[in-house]
Design a protein around this ligand. Sequence first.
Ligand code: GLU
Length: 566
Amino acid sequence: MYFVGKFKTIGENMTDYNKLAQLLFPDIDKTPDYYEALYPPRDLKEGARVTRLAPSPTGFLHFGNLFAAMTSYKTAKVSDGIFYIRVEDTDQKRKIEGAVEVMLEGLSAYGVCADEGVMADSSQKGSYGPYIQSERKEIYHTYAKHLVAQGLAYPCFCSADELDEIRTQQENEDIKGYYGKYAKCRMLSLEEIKENINAGKTWTLRLKSPGDINKKCCFDDMIKGKIEMPENIIDVVLLKTDGIPTYHFAHAVDDHLMRTTHVIRGDEWIASVALHLQLFRVLGFKPVKYAHIAPIMKAEGDGKRKLSKRKDPEAAVTYYKQEGYPSAAVNEYMMTIMNSNFEDWRKVNKTADINSFPFNLKKMSVSGALFDIAKLTDVSKNVISIMTADEVFALSYEWAKEFSPKLTALYEQDKAYAKAVLNIDRGNKKPRKDIAKWSDILDYISYMYDESFEENYELTGNADYKLAVQVLKLYKNIVDINDDKDTWFNKIKEICPSVGCTPNVKAFKQNPDAFKGHVGDVSTIIRVALTGRTNTPDLFAITALLGAEKVQNRIDRAIQFYEGAK
Ligand code: GLU
């Protein structure tokens, strides 16, 4: 590490600083050098990026958290770097038991698995730990002591009332906070500090900010570009009265010692970058690179707003699991809003593994990606349409066991039958896109089971009830589920002339008055009788799978209906 002597207040007494450091942190016997050696720079190839996710254990995984996690993960992966997870549990009030496990499980369902840090089973892996901030107190105190010894931090004994009073005094000031003439405790002598401590007063540790209000802090954000803001002049709190670090201090110490190269986080932190870079400097650390992600937006009316945990069910990552969106589809969709060139890449690399896409931080939206559930639905239909029936069955069965007893029961009657049903029209050149999520399946396959088949005899096109009776009576006698597809279809065509229809759609179009309908209308009648729907996948496959008994029963019931309705 390099030494930042220029920040020491000129003419101050270094012996006093050392004494003060010893007074405040009597139990700390390590030095920053100890930790520098313990956590050496990582031995990675040139250009490898080390990123992290630093969740606070609140238990709620927002889609924005998954998005940020994926961004960090991809950034590390495309550079053969390291992605790790550090739990930021310094705010004990917000801490919820078991929350970390819930979050990590949520992330791992989308393939965001850490190389090191806190693992989904809450164990810790890696040689840069501990990766839970509440276990790192001694490390923070070592660096805090070091800052005090150099005159770069000091204890503040101001009570909550005194701080309130400062706030009141600053009502008309542009810059608010503990600085300049307001930073009373900056001026305390060692003797005064000792007196306060002996009197049992609690203290926070503050940074003695070396910032100059007339100077600018400039940095190049990997997503937002060049940013300029005034230097930090506030003597921010580094350690709270209970000795626990603030986010700012822990961020600098942890990201340095864990050898993070790129800090990717929500843009609510962007205003703190001047402070963070200053902390890196006074601590003698090489600064990290920052990439600030704008919040995920949602269209509303003519404008847009943030995707909200309160208003939008899809803000919770659990929503996708409950609805049964396959994680591959969510990932695919996420990438379309994460990198503007992903869709073009996908067009040329239709079946390529998503992990081979060259993700790039610089292609991220500056103003916030727009979330659109209709688009997710389309993407998901595509993803599911190219899965095999075995995959669809396995993934939806797993989902059903947790969320749909009805689908589970249908599947468990006969798994091979269920797979065969899901296999209808799969593998076609233009696969059907009926299923967007596993919760759609129950309806999609309902007519393949008597217990969920819903009779509905409404017809479309040229078909009417009278024609239906004629068609079904003929079809009933000739349908044979052992026929091959051509034989089956020829039989349907053969019905046509006997009921005043033509097997030739073109012929019908040329002379519609000559016929009651065409082969499409005849098929519709059969389709409706067997499935209760006018639009289904391949009717031949449906007929064969239903089997002779169901086919006969359903035709009989349809004839009954149409005759009764005449
Ligand atoms: N614990 C912080 C948060 O939850 C993490 C911010 C960061 O990534 O540095 O907002």
